[in-house]
Design a protein around this ligand. Sequence first.
Ligand code: ATP
Ligand code: MG
Length: 438
Amino acid sequence: MAILTNAPRGTADVLPANSFKWRYVEKVVSQTAQNFGFKEIRTPTFEHTELFTRSVGDTTDVVQKEMYTFEDKGHRSITLRPEGTAGAVRAILQNGLLGGALPLKVFYLLSCFRYEKPQAGRLREFHQFGVEMFGTASPAADAEIILLASEILHSLGLREISLHINSIGCPECRAKYHAALKEYFGAHRENLCDTCLERLEKNPMRLLDCKNPDCKEIAKDAPVILDYLCEDCAKHFEGLKERLDLCGMPYEVDPRIVRGLDYYTRTVFEFITDTIGAQGTVCGGGRYDGLVKELGGAQTPALGFGMGLERLLMVMEQAGCDFEPEAKCDIYLANIGEQAALKAFSLTKELRHNGFFAECDTVGRSLKAQMKYADKIGAAYSMVLGDDEIAQGKGKLKNMENGEVQEIELDSLAQTLATIQAQAALGMLSDTVEQWNQ
Ligand code: ATP
Ligand code: MG
């Protein structure tokens, strides 16, 4: 029976008491992305498995160990998306979006699936906010997405997250670097884990990303990619740093950052915090100039990042950040008796139709219990309807905060409530202006 009352390992519910935090974060990230000129794209939760093996890379942890892959009833190999970039590129190619205005800038909010060992900040279904930008090779674009990520973190009230950047070059400089890595790690062959031994020939850069402590120790003294960059890649990296400096964006050049996915070229970056333990990478991204072509499109420079929302929320909680509170109930209509219950019900419908957050009794409770409920949900105003109120067409509107009562016409309840709210807002505004002027 436990299976019926326990969600699968590595998944998490977002309960009503917490969902406002998610909505707030989702609002801030999408609003900020829109200010930077990005438009939302939504792609399917599952794709053909080959899309991920081709793009993420078949020597990566994600493809080798973490994908949720199954055969559907039509005998196709299907995979729940482990990340957002591949699907976005697929959708853009399929719909010919690269034929429109460039650069093309898209953002998305989606769930990703990876079969990992669940722990704090590491789930099997997690959520990402991501952006992708197509059709620009300029380092101005790299700087732009990094500044977007930074602006988001700043808007959410986060200050203690450091930016680490690196360049992993183009295939040309990578070839020389790979040779140097093979030579270096080849000399330490006997101390490498099996996975690293396997990857040494095919994709030696993956060894820098291995989590095994022995491999990590060896990787410490490995050759550094920045020493192998070709002139163009080095210039590109300088262009990025110049713009970050110009905007006063602090960063650390960190040659250990290679990213877990195969498609990256040139710029790679992470925003890292040490406040939530080992899973401290809140945002990771970079340039992937070869991916669009790899997936069947024309050669198109592109770049993007993914931001883990669970980790973002964890850091925000840790840092004591404020979340925009949820809207409170504007008015609760209580009733005494059958007639009044019907009147309260139809008036509530009318108020909601006029855009108010209104509630009435849907249980059949006593007046006392109804008022207790109104208190519990934090209603700003309440009104009790009984036979008298219905007969006179008037009721007493009570301000639940200060207890003030005013008599108003039931027929114009919505207009009166709107006026009262506008007056209160104006009052608050003039208080603020007065404070400024003092
Ligand atoms: P890590 O090194 O932590 O495994 P990654 O390199 O695999 O991260 P990306 O593929 O770049 O991560 O995904 C982008 C972001 O998504 C990460 O920076 C992180 O914030 C988040 N993320 C990745 N995997 C998970 C997961 N299993 N659970 C929760 N968040 C995750
Ligand atoms: Mg990972």
